[in-house]
Design a protein around this ligand. Structure first.
Ligand code: ZN
Length: 366
């Protein structure tokens, strides 16, 4: 069936002798339009009811004599500018999916074009299978956001029970859940919130070694690491994800600074590369290596509700980039930080592959 190109729901500004299309916030397209032909074509394309072959007739009815070749070239240029989608892009989704995922689909419109449809991005999410390590402050929020996005399957792993102190920031749980296993309470929340959207498999188990991650993650599309112990857990997950061949995303909070990053084994530098880079730096900075801790305070958790939600949001957005490939992942081997106290300062720092990394060295792309 021939494609009927449709102008996305975007702002189109008319100025003297030109139109400006605002496809995405940083993607403005200026088109010369002395005689109004471009504006007329955009008005026709906004209807999304014609194939390229039918456009010359529609334009002639509006006083513009154009050829099919000119229309094909114009549609190609507008598609390159990212302002067109397929009018029938959602046609193969059922009504319940269209209602339930309306805002998800309209978000995907920002990335769709005449080849990639929003329905296709949704299907990538709906067939994804995520291993989610941790159902605490970050993990329970990631669970909620992934289910909102309609991810097909989540394997949720946690060994804790719900405590009263969790209610400050873990919104999948209520007072009635205090004392229950978090994975059971989270599964019940998912069943109440959106029955039939996501299969939630639960594992009440502590994760402290790579074998466990490999076993739980076999066949998964992605791993989200939302646990912070033992101390080397991210190196453990890093190693296991190399064997599984799947990316992983993680985040954390230090004082008032949110940070998140991800690794795509065989494509990006890995977490062990960062560790080895730091060891090299330490070797050239003996004054740092020689420092000892003078006073060690007790561990406190400063993650309030909005902080936990931000962490979960950043992690889920990065996870969604891997699962749908709307955009390339932004945090692959790249530390993103947001300081919540000192004026919301942000930093973005990529780390390089370490020449001696045994994991990256064994991957074919390295
Ligand atoms: Zn590496």
């Amino acid at each position: 069936m021939p494609v009927r190109p449709k102008l996305k729901s975007i702002s189109v500004l008319r100025r003297p002798a030109e139109v400006v299309l605002i496809g995405r916030p940083y993607e403005l397209t200026h088109l010369a339009d002395e005689d109004g032909a471009v504006t007329t074509l955009l008005q026709v394309l906004a209807q999304g009811s014609r194939t390229v072959a039918e456009l010359p007739t529609a334009m002639r009815e509006r006083g513009f004599d154009v050829t099919e070749e000119e229309m094909a070239a114009a549609v190609e240029a507008l598609d390159q500018a990212g302002v067109l989608l397929r009018a029938d892009g959602d046609a193969d989704l059922d009504d319940a999916t269209l209602r339930r995922h309306a805002s998800n689909l309209r978000f995907y419109d920002l990335y769709s074009d005449l080849r990639r449809t929003s329905a296709g991005f949704h299907r990538a999410m709906a067939t994804a299978d995520v291993l989610l390590l941790g159902a605490g402050g970050m993990g329970s929020g990631v669970l909620q956001s992934l289910i909102g996005l309609g991810v097909g399957r989540i394997r949720l792993v946690d060994c804790d029970v719900v405590e009263e102190k969790n209610l400050a920031r873990q919104f999948a749980y209520g007072h009635a859940d205090v004392g229950r296993n978090k994975v059971d309470a989270a599964r019940d929340w998912a069943a109440r919130y959106s029955p039939g959207t996501t299969v939630v498999d639960t594992v009440h188990e502590r994760v402290s070694d790579a074998d466990t991650v490999r076993r739980l993650g076999a066949g998964a599309s992605l791993v989200v690491s939302a646990i912070d112990s033992p101390d080397d857990i991210q190196l453990i997950v890093n190693e296991a994800c190399f064997d599984l061949g799947v990316p992983f995303v993680t985040a954390g909070l230090l004082y008032s600074t949110i940070f998140y990053w991800s690794v795509e084994p065989g494509v990006s530098p890995c977490r062990l590369c960062l560790e080895l880079n730091r060891e090299d730096q330490g070797a050239t900075m003996p004054h740092l290596a020689e420092q000892t801790v003078a006073v060690s305070g007790e561990f406190v958790n400063r993650a309030t509700g909005p902080v936990a939600q931000l962490l979960a949001g950043f992690v889920t957005l990065e996870a969604a980039r891997y699962l749908t490939r709307t955009d390339p992942p932004v945090a692959a081997a790249t530390y993103h930080t947001f300081d919540l106290v000192d004026g919301m300062r942000t930093t973005v720092d990529a780390w390089p592959r370490h020449p001696g990394c045994p994991l990256c060295h064994r991957s074919p792309e390295a």
